[in-house]
Design a protein around this ligand. Structure first.
Ligand code: HSE
Length: 363
């Protein structure tokens, strides 16, 4: 049985939910996946840092109220965050990055990822910033150090969009991608169709926990803009930056517009898209689009998300599922860890199925 030692960078909702998954179903995961997970370091802007290379006891940390957690008085703990020191020095196999990111320069998450890869540690992150700002550089850095850089959660949380594109479409050509990739704006558009005014619809989205405290990035399309960059670069092999993606949000759409469209069999949706043009270049944009009822994205309601892949051999294939949420995003990290295992260690004969196959009598 193999084991991965994890350093959790950031202990807000997502990494806390990952710690809950490890603590609640660690044994079941080990049986199914053939490896155990152990947390050896945690850093957090508010709580400080905690290191125990024999494995941190997660139960008391998870029992504490999130806002009241402090590592300062625990053995191996400090009131200081010490991100660089922990990422570079602590003997962890995988650095799990889930901190705040500035969408403009990708920091501080971008530095966290660089430090970890330079130190020869695998990285998984849910942060859009480092992937959108420096995805190509980080993947090359990972290759040079013989480790993996995984980021499934940067688009549609744990709903497998990037991995579907990478693993399931061998031998065909993806010509374009279109998605509803922000739950808040999709929920708000649905409320506009019911005649609710924009400020009230946004307030409802905040009450339900979909919108950010400052919902500007949700409503003006900036959140989708980063996801469109990631899709263009990862799925269509482009090298776009945020400023290459024309972006228009939904703040100009009124309840009247939404209801008029419904009367004509159309639904306004905030669509992020990336398209390969005839000359081979890739363009991407974010804009409200009035979709006809038969469009695969037209039926995505409430805070739901979906991404459609346009392909030459299958036509359109659509993946739909949650685009946010603590546990849903933590699952993206778990799926990244599984991908790291499969790429680097699955040949180790450690899974029960592989062991059974190896031990089965032949002939
Ligand atoms: N606020 C975002 C949403 C969360 O509404 O989808 C995921 O980026």
């Amino acid at each position: 049985m193999g084991r991965y030692d994890l350093a959790l960078i950031g202990f807000g909702g997502v990494n806390r939910a990952l710690a809950e998954l490890i603590s609640q179903r660690g044994e079941r995961l080990a049986d199914e996946l053939g490896f155990a997970l152990r947390v050896v370091a945690i850093t957090d802007l508010r709580a400080g840092s905690l290191v125990d290379t024999d494995g941190i006891d997660l139960a008391p940390l998870l029992a504490a109220e999130p806002g009241e957690l402090s590592f300062a008085d625990l053995p191996g703990g400090s009131a200081e965050t010490r991100n660089e020191n922990v990422i570079r020095e602590v003997a962890a196999d995988i650095v799990v990055e889930a901190t705040f990111t500035n969408p403009g320069d990708g920091e501080p998450a971008l530095s966290h990822v660089r430090w970890a890869l330079e130190a020869g540690k695998h990285v998984c992150t849910t942060n859009k910033g480092p992937v959108a700002v420096a995805g190509r550089e980080l993947k090359e850095l990972a290759e040079r150090h013989g480790v993996s850089f995984e980021f499934e959660g940067s688009v549609l949380s744990g709903t497998p969009v990037l991995r579907t594109a990478r693993r399931m479409f061998g031998g065909l050509e993806i010509t374009g991608v279109q998605g509803i990739m922000n739950g808040t704006s999709n929920y708000v558009l649905g409320r506009l169709e019911e005649g609710v005014e924009l400020p009230e619809a946004i307030a409802q989205a905040q009450e339900l926990g979909y919108a950010e405290a400052d919902p500007t990035a949700d409503i003006e399309g900036h959140d989708v803009q980063l996801k469109a960059v990631i899709l263009a670069n990862e799925v269509l092999g482009a090298d776009l930056r945020r400023e290459d993606v024309v972006c228009e949000g939904i703040s100009q759409i009124t309840p009247r517009d939404a209801q008029d469209a419904l009367g004509k069999g159309l639904r306004w949706k905030l669509v992020g898209s990336a398209t390969r043009q005839a000359d081979g270049t890739v363009t991407a944009r974010v804009a409200p689009v009035a979709l006809p009822a038969h469009h695969p994205l037209a039926g995505i309601s409430g805070p739901g998300n979906a991404v459609s892949f346009h392909t030459d051999l299958l036509g359109t294939v659509t993946v739909s599922g949650p685009g946010a949420g603590r546990t849903e995003t933590a699952y993206a990290l778990l799926s990244d860890i599984i991908a790291i295992h499969q790429r680097h260690h699955a040949h180790d004969d450690t899974t029960p199925v592989r062991r059974a196959l190896k031990e089965a009598p032949r002939g």
